[in-house]
Design a protein around this ligand. Sequence first.
Ligand code: C5P
Length: 229
Amino acid sequence: TATAVIAVDGPSGSGKSSVSRGVARELGLRYLDTGAMYRAITWAVLRDGVPASDPAAVASAACSASLEWSTDPDESWIRVDGVDVSRAIREQSVTSAVSAVAAVPEVRALLVDLQRGAVRSALAVEQGIVVEGRDIGAVVLPDADLKVWLVADPGVRAARRAAEDAAAGRAHVTSSESIAADLARRDAADASRAASPTTQAEDAVVVDATHLGLAEVVAAVVGLARERM
Ligand code: C5P
């Protein structure tokens, strides 16, 4: 199982991060959060005062930012130009702008290269990896050993995100209705963009987390992974 490559994709708030981290821990794999990479580039764009609606300016800001990240499932962090932005990338300003930034083809090309490089580095030291995102199974890693498409009903996703925000002490959170509206807006933007929209890979296994707890979803994905190894 040590060199398995597992792609976990799905809409916002389906529990991809917690599930992916849990699976990586259980199977002794590395973990890559590609949403955090898009968020970190968005943080750099906002830091530089670049409007997210200007694709050329976004592309040039993205290309001049330098990213470093951890693939340790027990110690996640991400840095932009040496600054740890792990908390800052969860702020509302970043969340509101990330879909526009992620729709810029140059941004995607840059990050897809970094993502494939991270997988190659893990495999080079005989480590497998769980890679979480929107287009991992369909575009970034078409040869992944297991592709999971993680879904949950919208109400459940909004309630989960609200609980996460509250636990992390993020003060901007008002109600799970406004979170639901925000998730719906991002999902629509991510699914309808021209460049690599959120897509379910043809050979992905659908896991519906609506009626399952975290441990049950992790166990289901670990079971699927073991079947393939
Ligand atoms: O997963 P998370 O909600 O942190 O992702 C933030 C945003 O990054 C998504 O709404 C999407 O616009 C973008 N994203 C993407 N492709 C990925 C991962 C994230 O476009 N593989």
